[in-house]
Structures are given as structure tokens and as C-alpha cells.
Design a protein around this ligand. Structure first.
Ligand SMILES: Nc1nc2c(c(=O)[nH]1)N[C@H]1C(S)=C(S)[C@@H](COP(=O)(O)OP(=O)(O)OC[C@H]3O[C@@H](n4cnc5c(=O)[nH]c(N)nc54)[C@H](O)[C@@H]3O)O[C@H]1N2
Ligand SMILES: Nc1nc2c(c(=O)[nH]1)N[C@H]1C(S)=C(S)[C@@H](COP(=O)(O)OP(=O)(O)OC[C@H]3O[C@@H](n4cnc5c(=O)[nH]c(N)nc54)[C@H](O)[C@@H]3O)O[C@H]1N2
Ligand code: SF4
Ligand SMILES: [Mo]
Length: 894
């Protein structure tokens, strides 16, 4: 047996410490070449370079060239790498060999690939293969050409595939060494899978079936991988540790607007008008979305709209690149968007600019709310029993009873179904046998008027004039509100989405071209459910990942005993991408008897495993990406054989099943699994099959056509709520996911409507603020998607080590110089990175690009600083609700 350290991590660490980036003239030439090579068709246009850096105002030649070279999403350029596999060329070779309009080199075979991290792009790529090796990736067309894009990450796949950090064979933690100590031994697949199977059997026999758990996130959510893991998990009755990512938004949207399942079997996880509809708006209002970096494939939609006369307003604490492009930037205080939205609503109501017809016909505004129970008044409240309809509700299996909502018409209580719609009042009250009842609109108005503009101005740090300006914009619609995932990453984050949608409902800014609130992302639901659960759904627990530490510590979950003793993580790197790393290393991992990670690289999470399984990367197997912002099934061909000893996840599961005595359930190859998954009535109904996918490459699962007829959310004013209306007021708030917490009566009352309340931690009134006065926010890294591409050599040339942006005034107050190594810290943890001065950073905040692995920091890691606190309703990771302090760091720790 040979003992090895994982990949070449040690070597890389040394390089980083020694300042491993190319320096001086060679570096500058490389960057200039790269710029000149494709500068003519950069996504952001020829003026990009200067404007990109308007965001940081401290323009150095280095950063100027850096950005121009790096932002290539949307280009039609291809980059040729002929000798990549062996020699890992740097930028000079890449740029030098570029020839515009270059024909396919002889001897190359081109396969269709789909780039599939969760950056929302799911770009189609040509995967150029020569002699069994990928030598280049270039842009391939979406059927809807407006979505055809590629970025610097998509162009650097060769470097990612042949990354020296790839895990090459199954690796077992050396017995007797600590988890995380980095001592591994290479073992055979047979040994690895035998050991895992034994541990599964032992764990389940000793602690019950649910003691085995699987955890996944958004590393790759494609059909084959999720289908096969789902099947195994269901058959084994294993538990799930479920993602709590972006769930503030999801909770908020679904609370007031319900869920939307497209006629083509797509579930809108986040619902909004298609980005191609932005051009139909008078104004695009961006709420905490970093579109030029995090949703770069969408920037051109915004830019094209602006060229057509649409205005751009950006509400963000940071002067982001997109803020630098805007007509108006509103630097809101972190965590205060809900209050700002309420202030805008106040101006609207004071001006009488609300859309009464929309409120009356499409929202719960006219419904009467009982002051004793908080429930809507129904006809049965007047003593008339509900009437049986004979219709069975397929979800509950119960007969639907007719018991209409009651509304006010000329002061009288009338069933909604019998009222003349144009005479229904949205304001008014009624005495129901001694129970005071008021319309839901009255309750909303009361909430709106409870916040003065002055209060909002002071707390949000936005002037009253700017609030009035924003109200003007909202009144003079249509407005395309583009919500990102920054505002929702606070403990009060669900309410900002609820408030944004409520603001839109107030002025009827929904369901029409150009009128939208939210974001746009869907999952295909129509595949073969029987494949995934041949023996029925798992009886295991479903534990939100943010609650996992509580479960590990208490052995209880949602009122029952819960012992998770074995964990298998795939497509996820929670020790890096989830809050509070110490909760994982100190509470969760030690509570587990056995930990498996399936990944292609040695991630932070893999380093704490007992067994690491090398998985094949995206172009080494056939797959169908079944989720994303284009609501499309995207087909990816197998281009090369899995490298080294790696195997597709589907094959790993199949071979493990054999050892578990479940071989009869896993007889299919990867390709056959896909064929099975897309062979069902719900697929056939919408023309989806593997044959169709192989032929068409992309099949849309939302109605309309991106260019000619973009999807319009909440069209015709119909909502997936209990009432079918927009519910800015809810009768019975439901938690998004069961967890260890139970809502208090106050919390239930609070969540009936969007409410303003401060974030849990990042707020000046918090005592902790005295000790830790800086709000720590992350940004999506341009050079990684979360932790993916972290070691890709080409990208590390452009972005060589962790840094944190700081306002020069905050730095001066702490004796920090530009480029110093600084330690950001709080009671939970620490992260060391280089300080980068930027006037674009709001004083009192720090901003770091996320996703470096821990070993790439000089000490600590960003996720050490965040907490596993969560809101009982949203059950979400509070990535930005974090306070810290910063000081100069030196290696000696002086
Ligand atoms: N390159 C790259 N692209 C990615 C990803 C990646 O890792 N890398 N990740 C993908 C994923 S999974 C997601 S969810 C998306 C996220 O997409 P975005 O949400 O667009 O990405 P973030 O960089 O988190 O940007 C959040 C913005 O919110 C701002 N913000 C923070 N707090 C507040 C606040 O209280 N109010 C307001 N108004 N703004 C605030 C921040 O300053 C920041 O500009 O990006 C996706 N795209
Ligand atoms: N500080 C901070 N942290 C954040 C956020 C933030 O705003 N701030 N945002 C969060 C959000 S919104 C998200 S969505 C998460 C994402 O969190 P994650 O999904 O955990 O992040 P990734 O790094 O994209 O992917 C995890 C791993 O999946 C692996 N992987 C990719 N493809 C496959 C495959 O086919 N099979 C297997 N077995 N593994 C594969 C990758 O190699 C990678 O190591 O990050 C979150 N983390
Ligand atoms: S990383 Fe995202 S934007 Fe870039 S090529 Fe891949 S899918 Fe497209
Ligand atoms: Mo995300």
C-alpha cells in the first residue's frame, strides 16, 4: 500500500505562499494578448474595460488588464489548447494560438457538452477531442440563440479536466490518523465499495435505516446523478440532509405567490419573467444581484434593454459593476430591503397610486380577516354549512367542499362567487357577531403606514428623496425587478422577497410583459418517478443542512429521536459552501461513524472523509442537465473516457448495490438509466425522450419562446396559492421545511405578511456590533462557481489567492495598507486574505469572493465566520448576516 497526500496540494500551497502568480512583464503580456485576442467581441462590449473598474475606482493597470482578459462570457471566441493535457499551458499559449474563425483542426472530433455548475448558465459547449483527449472547449448554440454563451470558466475546461488536483483513485483515510489530517492510502474500487457496503449494513443494523444519510447541494443537479442516488436512497430508506441555499427567496416567493408548475412539467423554484422580457420594461430594478459576475450570461439581456431605452436602477450596498452601469445606484444598508420596500409602498399609498382593480381581482385584498383567529371569513362563518361538490382533490384525496370567501359589497357581506366583481370593496370592516373583521388590504395598509419615511430613511440609510424616486419608478411601470440572492441571505431574508412581490401587487406590476419581480430558475419534474422510488419513498428523515449541527448535538429532530451515523456527500462541499465550518468539523463530522465523499477533486469536505471516491467529470459520461435558468433539458454527450480510475456516480452506485445485495435494482448502464428516466407518460406528453434529447440537444420545459414570446410569470393574475390569488396576507404560514425549531405564536403572526424586522446579527442595535462592527458579505467569484474551478491553473493565473475588499477609510482606521494580509475574525472563526482597497465597498462592510478551499487561505476560511442560526420559517443559510472585525495579519501571528 502506498501512502500519498491528496493530489499536489502541498506543492500548490507552497506556490501560493511564495506568491505563485506570474509576475512582471510576462504576466502583463499574457493578459494583453488574451484581451486583444477576443477583445472585439467581449460580452460587455468595447467599453468594458474602463467601466468594469469604475466599480473599484482604484484602477491599476494590473486590475484593468485582469478584468478585460477575464470576462469573456458571451463571446463567440474559442480558445485552442493543443498540448493541454501534458503541459498545462498558461495564457500566452492560449492567446497565441487563437485565430478568429479558426476551422476545426483535422483529427478533432467535436462532441456536444453542457457546462453544468449551478451558475444558472448551462451553456452548450463544443468539446473538441483529439486522440481521446479534450483539447479545447468552445461555444455551441442553444436552440434559443439568445442563450448561447460561454465564459472564462467554460473556456478553461481543459485545465479543469486535466487538473493535477483530480482525485485519481479511491482514497481511504489512513487508519489511526485524525480526520482532516491529510493522510490517505490508495485502495482498489473493490476494497472501497466492500468497505462502504459493510458500513452501510452495520450502521443500518445498529441504529436503524435512517441513520444512513445522503447530502447533496448544487455541484451538479443533473438527471442521471440525482435519479440514481434517489433510487438508492429510497430503496435503502436513507435520510436526506437537504440544501438550505437561496431558500429565503424560495420561501418568500412561495409564501405570497405560491408555486408554479409549467404545463411542460417544470417547477419554477424561483419565478419571474424570462430575462429576455427585460427589454419590455420601462425600468429594470436590480435588488442585490451581481449580474455582471454572478449571472454574466444574463448581462447582455440587461444591456440590450438599456440600448432600447430601458432605465437601470441598482439597489445594493456595494457599488458593483452593474451599479456602475446604472442610471441610479441606491446604496442600501445591508439587511434592510424590506423596510425600503415598505417605504416605497407608503409613498404609493399616500399618492393613491395603488392599482385597485388588480388588488380587488387578483389578490386577497377584499377578503375579510377575523380579528380572533386571523382566518379569512367564509360563508360557513355566517352559519351556512359547506356544500359537497363531488370533486375529489387529488392531493388530499378528500372531497372538495364549497365554502366561498366572503367579501364586502356596499357594506354587505356577500360570497365572492356571487358578488359583482367590479363592486367588491378592498377597504372596510364588518362586525361578525361580535368578531371585528377587516379587509386584508386594510391590514396591509396599516403595516405600510406603520413605518414613516423618516424611520425608513434613517435605518436603510437611503434619503427620502431617493425613496420617492424609487416610488416614482414603481408607479411609472412596467418595472422588471431582478432580485438576486444577496438580500435573502439574512435571517430576515424571506421577507424581502415577500415585500418585493407585495410592492408589485400593490401597483399591479405582475403578469404583464416588462412587469416582474424575482428571478427565473426551474427544475424538470416530469421524469420517471417510478425509477427513482421502485419500492416507495424513503422513510428516512429529511433534515435541513442548516439544522444538522443541532441534530448531531441533541440526537433529536422535529420531536423525534434522530441519530445520523453515516454520511455520504456528493455534488456538495458543505465544509466550504455552507455556513459555520466549525459546526461541521467540531459537531457534525465527529458525531458520524463513517463519512464518504464522491467528488473529482480533494475538496474541504473530502478532506474530512473516511473514504473519497473519484467521480468522472462532466464530459466523461452522458448526462442531461435538468434544471436551470433556461427551463430547458440540456443534453451532454460523452466525449472522453473517465480519467484515471474515476467512474460516473451512476456506475459507482450500481457497483455498490451489487455488494449490498441490491443488484437486481441496478442492472442498467449510465445511458440506460437516462433512457429509463425519460421513458414515461409525463415525458411523452411533452415530447421528451432520450432519443429526442440526443437529437435536439435542448428541450424547453416552459411555455413560450425565449425570443418571440418570453415566459411571463403570474400571467392572467393566477397564483399557485390556496386561494388562487396573490396572498400578501396568509391565513396559515407554513414552515418551508421541518426543523428542530417550532414557530412561536408571535412568529406565526409575523409571517402572515411581509414584515420589517432587523437581521439577526448584522445590525447596529446588536450588542455584538460594538465588538464586531463590520458586516461581512460575499460575492460570487468570477473565476469559480462556488468552490468549483478552485485549482484550475489558467484561472489561478488571473486570480491567484483569496482577497477581501475593504473601504480605504475602514482600512486606515485599523492601520491596514492596500495589499496587506489581514485577518477577518469573530467569535466563530477566522479567515486570512489580502486586503484590496476599494471605494466601491460601503464603509462598515467587507466583501470577499467566496469559494476558495481552506488550504488556499493562509489561515482559516470564510465559512468559519458565518453561523448556523436560521429563521424557523425560511430555514435558510444566513450567508451575509455576519459581523466581524479585521486586523493586519502576519505569518508569525504577531
Ligand atoms: N461566477 C459565479 N456565478 C455564480 C455563482 C458562483 O459561485 N460564481 N453562484 C451561482 C448561484 S448558486 C447563485 S445563488 C447566484 C447568486 O447570484 P447573485 O445574488 O447575483 O450573486 P451575489 O454575488 O451573491 O450577489 C449578491 C449581491 O447582493 C448584494 N447584497 C448583499 N446584501 C444586500 C442587501 O441587504 N440588500 C441588497 N439590496 N443587496 C445586498 C451584494 O452586495 C451583491 O452584490 O449566482 C450564481 N452564479
Ligand atoms: N459565503 C457564502 N457561501 C455560499 C453562498 C454565499 O452567498 N456566500 N452561496 C451558497 C449557494 S447559493 C450555493 S447554491 C452553494 C453551492 O454549494 P455547493 O453545491 O456545495 O458548491 P459547488 O462548489 O458548486 O459544488 C460542490 C462539489 O460538487 C462537485 N461536483 C460537480 N459535479 C459533480 C458530479 O457530477 N458528481 C459528484 N459526485 N460531484 C460533483 C464539485 O467538484 C464540487 O466540489 O454555495 C453556497 N455558499
Ligand atoms: S461556467 Fe456558467 S456561464 Fe460559464 S460557460 Fe459554464 S455554464 Fe456558461
Ligand atoms: Mo445558489
Amino acid at each position: 500500500m502506498t501512502k500519498e497526500s491528496a493530489g499536489s496540494c502541498q506543492g500548490r500551497k507552497r506556490r501560493l505562499r511564495e506568491g505563485g502568480r506570474p509576475q512582471g512583464k510576462g504576466r502583463r503580456d499574457a493578459q494583453r494578448n488574451a484581451f486583444e485576442a477576443d477583445g472585439s467581441n467581449l460580452l460587455l462590449g468595447g467599453t468594458l474595460a474602463a467601466e468594469q473598474n469604475a466599480g473599484s475606482r482604484t484602477i491599476t493597470r494590473r486590475s484593468f488588464l485582469k478584468t478585460t482578459a477575464a470576462v469573456a462570457a458571451g463571446t463567440t471566441a474559442t480558445v485552442s489548447l493543443t498540448s493541454c493535457a501534458q503541459s498545462q499551458p498558461g495564457l500566452p499559449q492560449v492567446a497565441g494560438e487563437f485565430v478568429a474563425g479558426q476551422p476545426n483542426n483535422e483529427g478533432e472530433t467535436i462532441f456536444r457538452g453542457v457546462c453544468r455548475p449551478n451558475c444558472f448558465g448551462f451553456c452548450h459547449l463544443n468539446v473538441h477531442v483529439r486522440d481521446g483527449k479534450v483539447v479545447k472547449t468552445s461555444r455551441a448554440p442553444y436552440n434559443e440563440d439568445c442563450y448561447s454563451r460561454i465564459c472564462q470558466r467554460g473556456l478553461s475546461h481543459v485545465h479543469r479536466i486535466y487538473d493535477p488536483e483530480r482525485v485519481q483513485y479511491p482514497m481511504r483515510r489512513v487508519q489511526g490518523t485524525e480526520r482532516g489530517a491529510g493522510q490517505w492510502e490508495r485502495i482498489s474500487w473493490d476494497e472501497a465499495l466492500t468497505e462502504i457496503a459493510e458500513n452501510i449494513k452495520k450502521t443500518q443494523a445498529e441504529y436503524g435505516e435512517g441513520a444512513l444519510a445522503f447530502l447533496t447541494a448544487s455541484g451538479n443537479q443533473s438527471a442521471g446523478i440525482t435519479g440514481a442516488y434517489g433510487r438508492l436512497q429510497n430503496i435503502l430508506n436513507a435520510s436526506s440532509i437537504t440544501p438550505c441555499l437561496d431558500m429565503g427567496s424560495f420561501y418568500g416567493m412561495q409564501a405570497v405567490a405560491g408555486l408554479y408548475i409549467t404545463p411542460l412539467m417544470g417547477l419554477a423554484m424561483w419565478e419571474g419573467n424570462e430575462p429576455t422580457d427585460a427589454k419590455n420594461a420601462k425600468t429594470i430594478m436590480v435588488w442585490g444581484a451581481n449580474i455582471t459576475d454572478a449571472q454574466v450570461q444574463n448581462w447582455h439581456h440587461i444591456k440590450e434593454a438599456m440600448e432600447g431605452g430601458t432605465k437601470l436602477v441598482v439597489i445594493d450596498p456595494t457599488y458593483t459593476q452593474i451599479a456602475s452601469k446604472s442610471d441610479k445606484w441606491i446604496p442600501v444598508r445591508p439587511g434592510s430591503d424590506t423596510l425600503l420596500k415598505y417605504a416605497i409602498m407608503r409613498v404609493i399609498v399616500e399618492r393613491g397610486a395603488q392599482d385597485v382593480a388588480y388588488l380587488r381581482d387578483h389578490t386577497v385584498a377584499p377578503f375579510l380577516v377575523r380579528s380572533d383567529t386571523g382566518m379569512f371569513v367564509r360563508r360557513s362563518d355566517t352559519g351556512i354549512a359547506p356544500v359537497a361538490t363531488g370533486v375529489i382533490d387529488p392531493t388530499t384525496g378528500q372531497e372538495v367542499m364549497d365554502d366561498p370567501y366572503m367579501v364586502l359589497v356596499d357594506g354587505a357581506l356577500v360570497p365572492l362567487t356571487e358578488a359583482d366583481p367590479t363592486h367588491v370593496a378592498i377597504e372596510g370592516s364588518y362586525d361578525l357577531g361580535g368578531v371585528a373583521c377587516r379587509t386584508a388590504y386594510e391590514l396591509l395598509k396599516e403595516e405600510i403606514m406603520s413605518h414613516s419615511l423618516e424611520e425608513a430613511s434613517e435605518l436603510c440609510e437611503v434619503s427620502v428623496e431617493d425613496i420617492e424616486y424609487l416610488a416614482d419608478v414603481c408607479i411609472d411601470g412596467p418595472v422588471f425587478h431582478y432580485e438576486g440572492y444577496g438580500p435573502q441571505a439574512y435571517n430576515n431574508g424571506g421577507h424581502t422577497t415577500m415585500a418585493g412581490l407585495t410592492l408589485c401587487a400593490l401597483v399591479g406590476n405582475l403578469g404583464k410583459p416588462g412587469a416582474s419581480y424575482g428571478s427565473y430558475w426551474g427544475i424538470h419534474m416530469g421524469d420517471n418517478a417510478a425509477y427513482k422510488a421502485p419500492t416507495g419513498a424513503s422513510t428516512g428523515l429529511s433534515i435541513p443542512s442548516v439544522d444538522f449541527a443541532n441534530v448531531a448535538k441533541t440526537g433529536k429532530f422535529a420531536g423525534q429521536d434522530a441519530k445520523i451515523k453515516m454520511l455520504w456527500m456528493y455534488s456538495a462541499n458543505p465544509l466550504n459552501t455552507h455556513t459555520d465550518t466549525h459546526a461541521w468539523t467540531d459537531d457534525i463530522i465527529p458525531s458520524l461513524d463513517y463519512v464518504v465523499v464522491a467528488d473529482s477533486v480533494m475538496t474541504d469536505s473530502a478532506r474530512y472523509a473516511d473514504m473519497v471516491l473519484p467521480v468522472a467529470q462532466w464530459f466523461e459520461l452522458e448526462e442531461v442537465a435538468n434544471a436551470g435558468q433556461c427551463f430547458s433539458l440540456n443534453y451532454s454527450e460523452k466525449a472522453i473516457e473517465p480519467l484515471y480510475e474515476s467512474k460516473p456516480d451512476t456506475q459507482i452506485i450500481t457497483e455498490l448495490a451489487e455488494k449490498l445485495g441490491l443488484g437486481e435494482f441496478f442492472t442498467l448502464s449510465n445511458e440506460e438509466i437516462l433512457e429509463e428516466l425519460f421513458d414515461c407518460d409525463t415525458c411523452a406528453m411533452v415530447g421528451v425522450s432520450m432519443d429526442a434529447l440526443r437529437e435536439k440537444k435542448q428541450i424547453r420545459f416552459i411555455e413560450g419562446d425565449a425570443e418571440k414570446e418570453p415566459h411571463i410569470a403570474y400571467k392572467d393574475g393566477v397564483f399557485g396559492t390556496a386561494s388562487g390569488r396573490f396572498e400578501f396576507y396568509r391565513e396559515m404560514p407554513m414552515v418551508r421545511a421541518l426543523s428542530s425549531k417550532t414557530p412561536t405564536p408571535e412568529e406565526v403572526e409575523r409571517d402572515r405578511m411581509a414584515r420589517w424586522f432587523p437581521p439577526l446579527e448584522a445590525w447596529p442595535e446588536n450588542d455584538l456590533y460594538k465588538k464586531y462592527p463590520l458586516v461581512l458579505m460575499s460575492e460570487r467569484p468570477r473565476y469559480r462557481v462556488h468552490s468549483q474551478w478552485y485549482s484550475t491553473p489558467l484561472l489561478r493565473e488571473l486570480d491567484s489567492e483569496p482577497f477581501v475588499r475593504i473601504n480605504p477609510a475602514d482600512a486606515a482606521a485599523r492601520g491596514i495598507a492596500d495589499g496587506d494580509y489581514v485577518e477577518c475574525y469573530n467569535d466563530r472563526g477566522t479567515a486570512v486574505a489580502r486586503a484590496v482597497f476599494s471605494d466601491a465597498i460601503r464603509p462598515g462592510t467587507l466583501v470577499y469572493p467566496k469559494g476558495w478551499q481552506r488550504y488556499q487561505h493562509k489561515a482559516g476560511g470564510w465559512s468559519e465566520l458565518s453561523s448556523t442560526e436560521y429563521d424557523v420559517f425560511g430555514v435558510n443559510n444566513n450567508f451575509m448576516d455576519v459581523l466581524c472585525e479585521v486586523r493586519v495579519w502576519n505569518e508569525e501571528g504577531e
